[in-house]
Design a binder for this molecule. Structure first.
Ligand code: APR
Ligand code: ZN
Length: 235
């Protein structure tokens, strides 16, 4: 039974209207990541960090999954083997398109984490330092349940197992500039997987892939999925 492991990045959500990070005009050209996406930044100014994520959570309620998200959900439903999506994205567009076998390695925008009791909560609306933890009742201890720079991504043990057993590793819409996700292609190919990169332009790790397909995710992912389902790529 073959296993296809798919890594996604901000590029798969770009055509839904969700900002990427390193394209021109991307998030990191408008915000200093040290101030809004590090534990030190949160400790120094929790209000600024909550506002940064509140704005992104609000934007998420206005966008929809695109054809690339839907194609991956179709692949999971119809493929004879197994498909798992590992996403660096904190948006909920894969879920809303129907993907079930999904790992959020950088956390989720619509979840809050209590730093005191370590409980997680669905959180669709604005989050602030004045909100009380629904479990332990303390205020000032809820943070966005996202992985910041300098923190360990989530589920790395499961991810490593998936990469070792993958028959095909596919990367979609990521610049390959953030580790450990950027080295997944090496782990997968080192264990015998066929590797394919689908991206708008060359990434920092393009040359590590067996195959590269360039273009917009909504244009290249659906036909790629069709080819996989037709057995043309014997993934
Ligand atoms: N279709 C396909 N690819 C696209 C599209 C599109 N419509 N638009 C942009 N891209 C590509 C860009 O060419 C770029 O290579 O998507 C990639 C987006 O790269 P980044 O903005 O760096 O996003 P990502 O790779 O997901 O960043 C990884 O960095 O800041 C952290 O935690 C954050 O998860 C994020 C991580
Ligand atoms: Zn708590």
């Amino acid at each position: 039974m073959s296993l296809i492991v798919i890594l996604t990045g901000a590029g798969i959500s770009a055509e839904s209207g969700v900002d990427t990070f390193r394209d021109s005009g991307g998030i990191w050209s408008r915000y200093d990541f040290r101030k809004v996406a590090t534990p030190e930044g949160f400790a120094a100014n929790p209000t600024l960090v909550h506002q940064f994520y509140n704005d992104r959570r609000e934007q998420l309620s206005l966008v929809e999954p695109n054809a690339a998200h839907h194609a991956l959900a179709r692949l999971e439903r119809e493929y004879r083997g197994s498909v798992v999506v590992i996403t660096q994205n904190i948006d909920n567009l894969h879920e809303r398109a129907g993907t079930k076998n999904l790992i959020h390695m950088h956390g989720e925008l619509c979840k809050a984490l209590c730093v005191r009791c370590k409980k997680r909560f669905e959180w669709e609306g604005p989050l602030s330092a004045f909100d009380n933890c629904p479990n332990c009742g303390h205020s000032g201890c809820l943070r966005p349940d996202v992985v910041w720079f300098g923190e360990m991504p989530y589920h790395m043990d499961i991810i490593e197992k998936m990469l070792i057993h993958a028959d095909m590793f596919v990367s979609i819409g990521t610049s390959g500039s953030v580790y450990p996700a950027a080295m997944f292609v090496e782990v997968a190919s080192g264990n015998g997987a066929r590797t394919v990169e689908l991206n708008l332009e060359c990434s920092e790790v393009s040359e590590l892939f067996d195959e590269r397909i360039k273009g917009r995710a909504t244009e290249i992912v659906p036909p790629f999925v069709d080819a996989l389902l037709a057995g043309e790529l014997n993934g």
